[in-house]
Design a protein around this ligand. Sequence first.
Ligand code: ADP
Ligand code: MG
Length: 728
Amino acid sequence: MSTLRFNAIKETLNRKPIIIKELERRSSIFGANVFNEDTMRQSLTKDAHKSVIDAIENGTKIDRSIADQIASAMKDWALSKGVTHYTHWFQPLTGATAEKHDAFFETIGNGLAVEQFGGGQLVQQEPDASSFPNGGIRNTFEARGYTAWDPTSPAFIYGTTLCIPTVFVAYTGEALDYKTPLLRALQAVDQAAVGVAKYFDKNVKKVNASLGWEQEYFLIDSALAASRPDITLTGRTLLGHSPAKGQQLDDHYFGTIPNRAMSYMRDLETECMLLGIPVKTRHNEVAPNQFELAPIYEEANLAVDHNSLLMDVMEKIAERHNFKVLLHEKPFAGVNGSGKHNNWSLSTNTGVNLLSPGKTPMSNLQFLAFFINTIKAVHDNEELLRASIASASNDHRLGANEAPPAIISVFIGEQLSKVLNELEHVTNGKLSPEEKTDLKLNVVGKIPDVLLDNTDRNRTSPFAFTGNKFEFRAVGSTANCANPMTLLNAIVAQQLIEFKAEVDVLIGNKDMKKDDAIFNILREYIKKSKNILFEGNGYGDAWAKEAEKRGLSNNKTTPDALKAKISKKAIKLFGDLGIMNKIEVESRYEIEMEEYALRIQIEGRVLGDVARNHVIPTAVRYQNILIENVRGLKDIYGAGFKKFAKEQLSLIEEISEHIEEINSIVTLMTNERKNANTIEDIEKKANVYCNKVKPLFDEIRYHADKLELLIDDELWPLTKYRELLFTK
Ligand code: ADP
Ligand code: MG
């Protein structure tokens, strides 16, 4: 009997939900562990408080003496809450977050000690950065980077540690993290959008990008997860036959949340409240044991930090509930994967959502300007958007089980499609007063402020307009949102700059009225970016063929997709906007290629090990039982035994064939891997992993999954799909 698997199942079946005592009302604990504006107002002098607000709103520098004051207030606040350590919390390019804890404790001689924390520690710290990936930016003699507080993201307490959100930059000035380019992109889109918004309202001074992510995940019992080496080491199952019952019945999606999962969620939500993460919705997702959590949207940089923090917190809280959280995009083949929809919009300091239709023709023209510019930006940069969500794990999700395909397209719904059709026929040049009145009354004026058909969602669209925001749905569940958010805000910034320049030319040289000029430019944009609009079903061959005709890219693998990141166009985009220089862009490409190769390498090793050391020995053991049985039948029946041993004999043969296949493919894969590892050039290496190593995974899996069906259930060592997915 396969002890580990059965012990794990037994343990799981005996679990009881952990009782969670609800703290006070959510609103009263919200942000209790955050050094937020309210806390700052209470604990800082007027000057210091003003200086932080200035830094948040206008990006001004905080000077050293003020930094000392803030640090001291932060320390006192943290100590009063039982905190002993502080850390600069940042997002290195590995996807996870990083921390290095230091105690507040300092000795001051004569055997005495105090709790100390000054401005220097707040603003600049040198972590030993030599082991973070940097794609060659830092030479060995420059193996240092520094971290500095990002005041737009408030410090928070987690456990007994004060965490200070920081940027991570090399001494040579290059960004080594996700946050730095994101902050630069947000600044770029702010400036560009203010320029355009001023056509409609002179009072607009600042435009914020907002982000509301929806995090999907699986919850698997920790004992069951630990019984699978593939889940433990790669976050997904590399083997496993699909269960008799899958998600066909949709009964999980509409069902009640299972008790243990519910108590996990309540615990998680309480922690989120304390940390100021405004989580609001929770529900089951399509697949069994799959769930979703979504917050109220926030300013994009803060939302990105909150999502990164959330992913950490999810894992930590799960331990308490004997769960393992699977954030992987495709933990189970043939079952719905997990995404992280990025709901994105732009809003002004005057409180206007620029992607929300308004009540007057003029506000609707503003909406259309931002709406159409976004579509044009996506159209012109679809390949870069695809690249921004590329990862080894997301490759498995895209294009399968209702996930969006690798082809980027934009869904806008029937009502807005009609509006764009009308606008496409606006007169070239100055508009007659009649035409303008007609447009204002019957086209622009008729956009309802609630767009009904946008609730009828097309789930397979990678980039959909959903009423008052765009939803980038191709983002994967493990992703750091900073990557897609940096790109999206950058391309929209670039587009808005171009738009303003073109409109200004028409106003200046052609002596056109502002709205005539805007209509004229929008008309051209609609014509130019039509190809990206797609309302149909996003997967299957029909769309792939159609998309190819339209000239849209369809980069199915990460190495193919990532190439766009170092195109001339990308380097120019980031360079022109001051978001990243060529070195930064190229080093990120290298890091991502390397990460890809590493992931496939690890999966290959684990799969080889599981196939050879778990699957084959089990197959041999079962085969021996069969052989024993056949021998017994022969003893009893002599020459006539075959009549009784038919099934056994054919099983013995079938098992041998699968063993033989697994053996030879694993050997082949190991050789391909060895070959890949000798390649120095990271791009070539990633391609060999992608095209030579990875395709063998499916072949090995095919035979192993066949064996799973043939072999006595009692002997099978790997916890099965039905057990992983249906044990609650
Ligand atoms: P659903 O997509 O499940 O119907 P909603 O449309 O209400 O739910 O919102 C999904 C996510 O979009 C939530 O995280 C929400 O906060 C976010 N969201 C709503 N409005 C905006 C906006 N203007 N900008 C960014 N995100 C938004
Ligand atoms: Mg959604």
